[in-house]
Write a protein that binds this ligand. Sequence first.
Ligand SMILES: [Zn+2]
Length: 130
Amino acid sequence: MTDQLPPNRRSPAARALTAPAAEGRFVLQHCNVCGTVQYPPQEFCTGCLSLDLGWKDTSRDGQLVAEAEIHHSLEPAFGPDLPMRTGLVRHESGVTLVAFLDDTCRVGAGVRLELALDRGGAAIVKASVR
Ligand SMILES: [Zn+2]
């Protein structure tokens, strides 16, 4: 076990995911004007450029479209977790999220997403088989 914390670089918009993650909720940023779901979190809507964005509890369902097993990291904090699996999950809203995968996730499978806090207290996305 390392005493180093995982990278904690997050945009101000992405830091808004911390509280919902701590509460066990799954939220995504939505535009209050056109409804476009934003991921990663944005300062303005990628659909209509509105600044009127908000957070909504959202479906946790997606499909794993790519996976990678990481055996080496330049981040010392990840050392004890290697090898670890990450992947791209296409959420049913159409956005694609980077997620940490459990051992059962395979490309093409339906997955359930969750927000969690890493050892440093930053929000991360995890996926497991539905
Ligand atoms: Zn919009």
